[in-house]
Design a protein around this ligand. Structure first.
Ligand SMILES: [Zn+2]
Length: 240
């Protein structure tokens, strides 16, 4: 299986890897699919957008347009000429500007969520169940409260940014995850090690995406007007 270099070090921008499988997708536009022995490319998931970039050898270059996790495989969807066969060593480079923005957006979502926890609104009465950290970032919470907390949330989130608190990770089993986290979102796999994300001095949650090293890298966070309807609260945020 593919070693997930982006989980060990989210700041890797280049790699060398060996092709272990070459496939072809025919429907729609023709795209090549590559599976590698290791990768720095984050597959779309957990609300974080796909990475893009290039894979190449001395005689071939392909654009990585999209990366998806399907049936346990990380598939690099390639545009361009036919890739070399399995066994070939290739080099890879990330579109770093895109990835770094995605990392900041994703970490910003966690800062907002931790701020809501510190304010005492989450995980009860507001229980997070979904986050989107792409062009229009939003976190969905089950539950509503009779209160407009836009301003106090923005203040608290930016306090965390100003404190420059480090994020850290470790792989843990389900029992430890249950013990250490401030909440567990539904639907987590129970048969494999999971990653515990900790914001120093604040708390821990389960997480599999890429993150910046500390809150100051996120920069200023703006909270948009809070929407509460049909038992669900939407917290939209932006970064500069
Ligand atoms: Zn996350």
């Amino acid at each position: 299986m593919t070693a997930l270099l982006y989980l060990e070090n989210a700041y890797l921008k280049e790699m060398e890897a060996t092709i272990i499988e070459v496939g072809k997708e025919i429907d729609g536009q023709q795209r090549w699919l590559l599976v590698l022995d290791k990768t720095i490319f984050y597959p779309r998931g957990g609300g974080q957008a796909t990475d893009q970039g290039f894979l190449f050898t001395d005689t071939w270059k392909g654009k990585v347009g999209q990366v998806l996790l399907k049936e346990g495989k990380i598939l690099h969807y390639m545009e361009g000429d036919q890739p070399p066969p399995a066994g070939t060593l290739v080099k890879g480079t990330l579109d770093w500007n895109r990835r770094y923005l995605n990392m900041r957006l994703h970490s910003a979502g966690h800062v907002v969520d931790f701020a809501l926890y510190l304010l005492g609104y989450s995980p009860s009465p507001l229980m997070p169940f979904k986050g989107e950290h792409e062009k229009k970032p939003v976190i969905y919470y089950q539950g509503t409260i009779e209160k407009d907390f836009q301003e106090e949330l923005e203040k608290k989130a930016n306090e965390l940014v100003a404190q420059d608190l480090p994020f850290s990770f470790r792989l843990v089993d389900t029992q430890e995850l249950e013990r250490e986290t401030i909440y567990l979102q539904p639907g987590l796999p129970t048969n494999k090690p999971l990653r515990l994300l900790t914001l120093k001095g604040v708390g821990s949650v389960a997480d599999g995406g890429t993150q910046v090293k500390s809150t100051s890298e996120v920069g200023h966070i703006s909270i948009l007007p809070i929407e509460q309807k049909d038992g669900v609260t939407l917290v939209r945020y932006r970064i500069n």
